[in-house]
Design a protein around this ligand. Structure first.
Ligand SMILES: [Zn+2]
Length: 284
């Protein structure tokens, strides 16, 4: 039973979130509340799995790391997220009026198209952040931890988060409904809550569908040769399309690539890293 749960925690986390979304839709309850509930349950499952089945005993976050990750989460969720939510729909309508209206499609098909489009935008943004020096200066913050756990998934530079958020513009331009965007979030947020989990999950088939923690460990490998893989935000499809999908394996060394270690204060606190990103970008 334990092995069954461990190996299916990812689809269970996604299923509960989609179920809450469907119930909220049927009962006319605010969809944002349903998505938030599904996300928090998935985060709880990730933290529980880290205690029950740790991948590495020395990868649990200490007090200082928790404070840094909470600071980062506070900045992106309380400042950048509201900014994106208030400006992107206005931008999409004002700048790019479109004749196409996805909202007239059946909701299931609309969620599918919206998910593929947003994930493509985030995949391309992620690759660009690895490829171009000024963007890597921002993204280095996310790769700075030398261990992976559920909370350090929130360690991301606010500008990196802002740029990734632009991925929602194409579906909005095509007239996607708010329900479809919430459906996308209900599908993908649980995957993200588990993506950095220090949990020895064996996701099997689901590694071909979702960008799981098994796959994402490769992405955080300190060896650049294996680290340039598995860029998927929550879905694994674009890694498979573009040939960057790498299957499960044992990753030993996590952190910044060797070439970046000398230039970036990987072990500094969140606020010092924010300043370092500014200096780094100015020089790039
Ligand atoms: Zn990355």
């Amino acid at each position: 039973m334990k092995a069954y749960l461990r190996n299916r925690l990812l689809p269970i986390a996604v299923a509960q979130s989609l179920l809450l979304f469907a119930l909220a839709l049927a009962a006319d309850v605010p969809l944002a509340a349903a998505v938030l509930a599904g996300t928090l349950i998935a985060l709880g499952l990730a933290i529980l799995a880290e205690r029950l089945w740790p991948y590495r005993d020395d990868w649990h976050a200490d007090r200082r790391e928790l404070i840094d990750d909470a600071s980062s989460a506070g900045v992106v969720l309380l400042a950048i997220d509201p900014l994106l939510k208030s400006t992107l729909p206005i931008l999409a309508v004002a700048l790019y009026p479109s004749a196409v209206t996805l909202a007239s499609w059946p909701l299931f098909a609309e969620i599918l198209v919206v998910s593929l489009l947003i994930e493509l935008g985030k995949y391309l943004s992620h690759r660009a952040h690895h490829q171009f020096a000024p963007l890597w200066c921002l993204h280095a913050m996310h790769h700075s931890p030398e261990k992976l756990n559920a909370v350090n998934g929130f360690r991301v530079h606010p500008l990196n988060y802002l740029i990734n958020g632009l991925a929602v513009l194409p579906p909005l331009y095509l007239g996607a409904s708010p329900e479809a965007v919430f459906g996308y979030l209900a599908l993908t947020q649980p995957v993200q809550m588990l993506q950095h989990a220090n949990a020895d999950l064996h996701n099997g088939f689901w590694n071909h569908v979702f960008s799981s923690n098994e796959l994402h460990r490769w992405h955080h490998a300190a060896d650049a040769h294996v680290g340039h893989a598995n860029y998927g935000n929550a879905l694994a499809i674009w890694d498979q399309v573009f040939g960057t999908w790498r299957g499960p394996g044992h990753v030993v060394d996590i952190g910044l690539f060797a070439r970046s270690r000398a230039k970036y204060p990987a072990r500094a606190g969140y606020w010092r890293q924010l300043l370092a990103c500014g200096v780094c970008c100015a020089r790039a």
